[in-house]
Ligand binder design. Structure first.
Ligand code: PRX
Length: 638
């Protein structure tokens, strides 16, 4: 595999990193085992994933590993009965893991809470019992709209335990975005907090929700559970709102775990797709737990003594898979931080790492680039020797940021795992392993059991060095089960290139088989690793009274990878001005939340469109970046 002559030559250049011998010797999967895994997974992929499934506990085994009879719907482990909460919690209370730390949480003001597996188990059982008493049953949707708090993790696990479907909404989404999700999910219950700490301020959460819930256009949310975090004086709606503390107080610390079918939904999580509205990606108990458990063990080489810190908010898929579920499935300790990485100063992440002895740190290129800007003096003030693995996800990492992370944070000893995956894939798909040779800027190779390829628009593989569309040729266990209420959006991922899952990313593969990600192929902008559809952004813009038409493109940004730039045609009677541009930026934040940050607003008299009236964002982008516009034959030049 990797260790071929071509790579040996490349090793003479600085840009290929060989793992240190100690790391290889202690790796969960050594180079021979990895080579054997690639061979086995290629010959018998189902056998490969079946072995991974056997590492977890099942109430009943599967009738077969994969049902492929109705593509593109695939059913992993049909006939099996399980519950991810049983594997993430219940089973650990019967082993030596019982009194090991499951969760370390640090609040932005510096308050700390720790839970052993036994303590987390009891807290989850109490909430599970309370939710059941409130009438939340298997299959009901529970929206969790919270900052990273222990109760966020407890809520997710309590839902899983009783078979309810959680839908975590990132607290950075507000107003319209939140309402849309509540409505689409038809949430019966909402779990939130009074407020939280962010960048030295208290952000009120419950109060902002009241407005959303008040409208009579929302036929959802019978129960609203409020966690007291910031001691805010909030209005409690008598028929609907209850305090978290009150409902769990008298519950027993034992509650039965619902026996689920492997393909019963575990959660839905909204993400932006090519279509106009966010799609609720559904993951189910069985395949998802196998996928995330296996990949954490393999990619991050997880040991029981690890303190794993994935900095993603539980409101994103990274938080679901690698801050909550996978570390708990592995019986290791996960760390959650409530606040801003620059508060009270730019060393907060290094302070937390040193204080808690973090051994694996998984974060985003945007965070790395932001911290890199502050130089080396902050990391140098802290003892970072507990670190042994680093990781990056969400957007392409530039080699400079990779090398800084590796050298300054990882002492030149901790490999940086650049992991490619998506909300839809549920689990890491393309990434190095601890024993891999790493080229900074490349996401390495598909993991064993993952058949990725790069093809042209007709589905034909492209030669090395040439860019194309990234596809996955075979189902994998962590794959999305469906899209909530939107079969078309599910099919759209599978039908464009026959027989393949189309990721929506452009990539190239080099002579050594390494994949290099080059950004999105569809109408999605990746701002600091957060996906936002151009359609979503544009529809929020045109909801402003001054805007007649709008187009949004992604433009490169040194820190955040990409930012959104808006081109706006004003309605009659409105004049362009800096004031109006500011107002539009404010409007976007109100409508969608701070994630929808606009880099700039340009007023225009017209927008380039095809003859059929579709906006040609590609041309706006070329104009903005001063690059070649490419084929303009479709342009309606009238
Ligand atoms: O464009 C790719 C980018 O993020 C997209 C997935 O976004 P989301 O579903 O929000 O999940 C993010 C975290 C898993 C992908 O289609 N992306 C993700 N990881 C990488 C990446 N781009 C380059 N390199 C990565 N490592």
């Amino acid at each position: 595999m990797d260790q071929s002559g071509a790579l040996d030559t490349l090793l003479q250049e600085d840009r290929v990193f060989r793992p240190l011998p100690g790391l290889v010797m202690e790796a969960n999967v050594n180079p021979q085992e990895l080579a054997a895994a690639y061979r086995q997974a290629a010959q018998d992929p189902l056998g490969f994933w079946e072995s991974a499934a056997l590492e977890l506990e099942w109430f009943r085994r599967w009738d077969k590993v994969l049902d492929e009879s109705a593509p593109p719907h695939f059913s992993w482990f049909p006939g099996a009965r399980c519950n991810i909460a049983h594997n993430a919690l219940d089973r650990h209370t019967k082993t030596g893991n019982k009194h090991r730390l499951a969760l370390i949480w640090e609040g932005e003001p510096g308050d700390i809470r720790k839970f052993t597996y036994f303590e987390l188990y009891r807290a989850v059982n109490k909430l599970a019992g309370a939710l059941r008493s409130l009438g939340v049953a298997k299959g009901d949707r529970v929206v969790v709209y919270m900052p990273p708090l222990p109760e966020t993790v407890i809520s997710m696990l309590a839902c899983a335990k009783i078979g309810a479907v959680h839908c975590v909404v990132f607290p950075g989404f507000t107003g319209k975005a939140l309402k849309e999700r509540l409505r689409d999910a038809r949430a019966k219950c909402l779990i939130t907090a009074d407020g939280f700490y962010r960048n030295g301020r208290v952000v009120p959460l419950k109060a902002s929700l009241d407005e959303v819930l008040a409208g009579d256009d929302l036929d959802a949310v019978d129960i609203c559970v409020v966690v007291r975090r910031a001691n805010l004086d909030v209005e409690m709606h008598a028929a609907r709102d209850v305090w978290y503390d009150d409902i769990v107080r008298h519950e027993k610390p034992e509650a039965p775990t619902e026996v689920m079918s492997a393909n019963d939904p575990l959660f839905l999580l909204y993400t932006s797709g090519a279509a106009g509205k966010p799609k609720g990606v559904v993951h189910s108990h069985g395949g998802y737990m196998v996928g995330v458990h296996h990949t954490l063990n393999w990619v991050f080489d997880i040991k029981p003594t690890d303190i794993f810190w994935c900095t993603a908010d539980p409101g994103w898929i990274t938080g679901h898979s690698y801050a909550v579920y996978a570390p708990l499935l592995a019986g290791t300790t996960t760390l959650l931080y409530e606040g801003h990485p620059l508060y009270p100063q730019a060393d907060r992440m290094w302070h937390i790492t040193a204080k808690h002895g973090v051994s694996a740190l998984y974060t985003t290129p945007t965070t790395i680039r932001m911290l890199m800007r502050y130089g080396n003096q902050f990391p140098r003030q802290h003892d970072l020797t507990s670190l042994r693995m680093l990781g990056s996800v969400g957007e392409p990492i530039n080699p400079e940021a990779w090398v800084w992370f590796y050298q300054t944070i990882g002492r030149g000893e901790c490999p940086v795992m650049d992991t490619w995956w998506q909300t839809e894939t549920g689990q890491i798909m393309i990434a190095p392993m601890p024993v891999s040779l790493i080229k900074p800027g490349s996401v390495n190779k598909p993991l064993p059991g993952i058949e990725a390829d790069i093809v042209d628009r007709s589905g034909a593989p492209v030669p090395p060095g040439k860019g194309g569309l990234l596809v996955i040729r075979r189902p994998w266990p962590g794959m999305m089960h469906s899209v909530w209420n939107d079969e078309e959006a599910y099919l759209a991922c599978w039908n464009r290139i026959p027989g393949c899952y189309l990721a929506g990313d452009v990539a190239r593969r080099d002579e050594d088989g390494y994949f290099w990600m080059q950004g999105r192929a569809d109408e999605v902008i990746n701002i600091a690793g957060h996906r936002l559809g151009t359609a979503e952004l544009e529809s929020a813009l045109v909801s402003h009274r001054a805007v007649a038409e709008a187009a949004v493109i992604g433009v490169p940004d040194k820190i955040k990878g990409e930012l959104a730039k808006a081109f706006v045609i004003l309605r009659e009677g409105f004049e362009e001005s800096d004031e109006l541009a500011r107002e539009l930026r404010e409007h976007m934040r109100r409508e969608l939340g701070p994630v929808a940050e606009l880099k700039g607003v340009k007023f225009r008299a017209d927008l380039p469109k095809t003859k059929s009236g579709k906006i040609m964002r590609r041309l706006l982008k070329a104009e903005e970046l001063g690059t070649e516009p490419g084929d303009v034959s479709m342009l309606d030049d009238e």
